[in-house]
Design a protein around this ligand. Structure first.
Ligand code: PMP
Length: 361
């Protein structure tokens, strides 16, 4: 058998897991904790999985600084399912208007999904600026049912440094944002995050909602699609994605063991170093507004974009670096720094960029 070279994945998701999480996940395939069963076969209504949910929910509350005022849900279907479920549950009739901050392609797609269910509006947009910056928030807030934002724009590499202050319920897509920096989660009435970036593997989406906001949701929906029913049934209207939820628990335990401040410091240090290198390196440019730059997904380009194909091949062949091509809709380059990437990985990337600067002269 040929030996496969290990690669470093700087992709935007599915993201690499921290080593400890990956090891625990691998062990759980054979026997999960003291059950004698694989995680792929534990019964979802049995005591082990009940405990998994209980611990995961408690850790989400603790890490986010929240208490019993919120419901914690684990829903299958990823980000796009929430793009649909949220307006489906919260637009109660033609009187309800919902607003979307259009900061990039995912935000625009969330708006598009909402428009199937009622009066959805783009409240502010930075589309005309090519999404290189975040939209300016208008002074006046009409009587919206909720305002939806995308905290980190995975494709465009911009991120809110703080969640905006608005006086209507704020709903946030935190898919590439959660646990990336210090956040005031109490400010949000509802937030959701796909698991495949900061919480493990694809197949589940974390959704946290204030009970007071959930109380205002519709009741006349099929149980699987009803957030109220999902909360009542502890995310178990159907067979939940047990493996993905268990992986999220392993990741949450990792956050607690390491501490969020340690995670934030590491991410901020690595992002700062890479932006410094992008600015210094004569072969690279980044045109994102500096105060809106993302720590999670760093977007930049080669000064000679016609060399991109060669560059990507060189990075993979010489350094085993993969996943750094920009999203297919925008091109260029993008490096994602989820917590599975450590200082050693970043050192190697910077070394590769520096070497490329010399060889490409
Ligand atoms: N929101 C954001 C911010 C994303 O980056 C993504 C995908 N990477 C999604 C939503 C969509 O998630 P999914 O592919 O699970 O539908």
């Amino acid at each position: 058998m040929t030996k496969v070279r290990k690669k470093i994945n700087f992709g935007a998701g599915p993201a690499p897991l921290p080593a400890e999480v990956k090891d625990a996940l691998a062990a759980s395939i054979h026997s999960v904790e003291d059950t004698g069963l694989s995680i792929t076969e534990v019964p979802h209504r049995g005591p082990f999985f009940r405990q998994v949910l209980e611990e995961a929910n408690a850790l989400v509350r603790e890490l986010c600084g929240l208490g019993q005022e919120v419901e914690v849900l684990w829903l299958p279907g990823g980000g796009r399912a929430q793009f649909a479920l949220i307006p489906m549950n919260f637009i109660r009739g033609p009187q309800d208007r919902v607003a979307y901050l259009d900061s990039g392609a995912w935000a625009a797609e969330a708006y598009h999904y909402a428009s199937y269910f009622g009066k959805a509006e783009i409240w502010a947009s930075s589309k005309d600026q090519g999404y290189r910056q975040l939209p300016e928030i208008p002074d006046e807030t009409p009587d919206f049912r909720y305002i939806h934002m995308t905290a980190n724009n995975t494709i465009y590499g911009t991120q809110y440094a703080a969640y905006p202050r608005v006086d209507r319920p704020l709903v946030a897509d935190l898919s590439s944002d959660i646990f990336s920096r210090e956040r005031d989660y109490q400010r949000l009435d509802l937030f959701y995050a796909v698991a495949q970036k900061f919480l493990g593997v694809a197949g589940v989406c974390l959704l946290v909602v204030k009970k007071s906001f959930l109380q205002t949701a519709r009741e006349d929906l099929p149980p699987f699609l009803s957030l109220k029913k999902q909360a009542e049934m502890n995310s178990m209207v159907n067979t939940p994605p047990v493996l993905a939820i268990y992986t999220a628990l392993l990741y949450l335990r990792w956050y607690k063991a390491k501490s969020l401040s340690w995670c934030y410091e590491g991410l901020s240090r690595r992002a700062g170093r890479l932006y410094e290198e992008i600015e210094r390196n004569s072969q690279l440019i980044s045109d994102r507004r500096s105060e809106d730059r993302s720590r999670t997904n760093l977007c930049f380009q080669l000064r000679a974009p016609e060399r991109q194909g060669h560059f990507l091949q060189w990075m993979e062949e010489r350094y085993g670096i993969v996943g750094i091509e920009g999203h297919r809709s925008v091109g260029g380059l993008r490096v994602s720094l989820y917590h599975g990437i450590d200082d050693g990985d970043l050192d190697l990337l910077v070394q590769a960029l520096q070497e490329y600067e010399h060889v490409s002269h």
